[in-house]
Design a protein around this ligand. Structure first.
Ligand SMILES: Cc1ncc(COP(=O)(O)O)c(C=O)c1O
Length: 417
């Protein structure tokens, strides 16, 4: 399963209103920024552009640190690594997200509990999370689905009361707001994707981790740069050599006794390149414009749907700003055959997506004992109710009008009498 194929299949269908292949539009400014880096006769990795991009991103999200990596998947893998999960620990996760959100948990000997989504939103239900808490709960992993913020206030209250960490998968939520704060700054760790399909892109692939803890940030910077993740205590005493001679020489008055007492994992190279970072800088500056276009299109589609019975939009409170990475609506399964609706939309040139197949039903999670019936709301939504429509800044006004006309016509046509 990929996050990038449409419900219409992989065939050579040309849609009049396609789902985005490039969600963020690339313009002259991005091209100029990349050209400048490529022609500057500088190393294309590990330099000033990456640092500038991280600094701007950190400021924008409102965290102490923003650490770039090569994809959202890597961001999540490293974020989960920071939890130092031990056998017997438990993590609560949403079943309604892309597989990368929780896939790294498969590498740990821990118990994952899937908390069902809300009745009227694709987001994790905080009351379901509360029911699944045990003394072993170490973390909750959520996604702000499609850019609709999770109700973070009660979740963070639970986190404070019970002492678990919260990882926000904010891959869709760049441009969203919750109670005046940006997703990715509310939990303990935020993970972003700059994949080609996302709200901004860094040459097609890229990611960012946002967080406030200095020790975690230091560990991440080391791992990302191919340094082993370990507690460097007593290294010099044990081996009689300093791991890092130059810094050691700079601190003669301090015992520079770092070490291998606890080896946690090998490092890797997850460095975002300079051209990618240069494009990210421009895209981040353009985010308000790109996000406004998404909201404008979403408002037009919502308006069209408001006149039609048997369809509903996800619940959204007044203190939330939706980034509309995805435009999602639900049909009443008594009134509509959702699959027939999708076929009818495809016949009229509108490409749709279904996202996401409930994760607890994927083979790898079934192999760990998860089964049908575990998250009935997410299952019903996937099999019978939810539809994602094209909604991206690359759409023209004509495409938006073609989409809304096709939508009304299709809903009328497939409605059960
Ligand atoms: C919710 C979510 N999380 C994580 C990812 C992984 O991001 P990437 O494609 O950058 O690895 C995606 C991407 O497609 C996603 O949609």
């Amino acid at each position: 399963m990929t996050d990038h194929g449409g419900a219409g299949g992989a065939g050579p269908v040309r849609y009049a209103v396609p789902y985005p292949t490039v969600g963020a539009t690339i313009g002259e400014r991005e091209l100029a920024a990349v050209r400048e880096v490529l022609q500057a006769d500088i190393p294309l990795s590990g330099g000033a552009y990456r640092e500038m991009f991280e600094e701007k991103f950190r400021e924008f999200i409102g965290t102490r640190h923003a650490i770039s990596v090569t994809s959202g998947t890597v961001a999540l893998e490293l974020a989960i690594h920071l939890l130092d999960l031990q056998p017997g620990d438990e993590v609560i996760a949403t079943p309604q997200t892309y597989q990368a959100t929780i896939q790294p948990l498969l590498n740990y000997d821990i118990k994952v509990r899937f908390a069902d989504i809300e009745a009227h939103s694709p987001n994790i239900s905080v009351s379901e999370v509360e029911k699944l808490l045990t003394k072993n709960t170490r973390a909750v992993i959520l996604v702000h689905y499609g850019g609709l913020p999770v109700d973070m206030r009660p979740l963070m209250q639970l986190s404070e009361n019970h002492g678990f960490a919260v990882i926000e998968d904010a891959a869709h939520a760049l441009g969203s707001m919750y109670c005046g704060r940006r997703p990715g700054s509310i939990g303990h760790i935020g993970c972003f994707s700059f994949h080609s399909s996302k709200n901004i892109t860094t040459l097609g692939e890229g990611g960012m981790i946002t967080l406030n803890r200095d020790d975690w940030a230091e560990r991440l910077r080391r791992i990302r740069g191919n340094e082993a993740d370990m507690d460097l205590l007593g290294y010099e005493q044990t081996f009689g050599v300093s791991r890092d001679p130059p810094p050691h020489a700079l601190y003669p008055g301090r015992a520079y006794t770092h070490i291998c007492s606890a080896f946690r994992r090998a490092g890797t190279n997850a460095t975002l390149s300079e051209p990618a970072s240069a494009m990210g800088l421009v895209q981040l500056e353009r985010l308000p414009e790109l996000a406004a276009r998404r909201r404008q299109i979403a408002a037009r589609i919502s308006d069209e749907l408001s006149a039609i019975s048997g369809v509903r939009l996800p619940d959204q409170s007044a203190d939330m700003v939706h980034a509309y990475h995805l435009f999602t609506f639900f049909v009443d399964a008594e009134q509509y055959d959702r699959d027939e609706l999708i076929r009818c939309l495809a016949d009229q040139g509108v490409e749709t997506y279904l996202r996401y197949f409930p994760l607890h039903l994927l083979p790898e999670w079934r192999a760990r004992g998860h089964c049908l019936g575990e998250c009935p709301v997410a299952e019903r939504s996937w099999f019978f109710e939810h539809v994602n429509l094209p909604c991206h800044p690359g759409m023209s006004d004509d495409q938006v009008e073609a989409l809304t006309a096709a939508l009304s016509a299709a809903l009328l046509k497939v409605r059960r009498r």
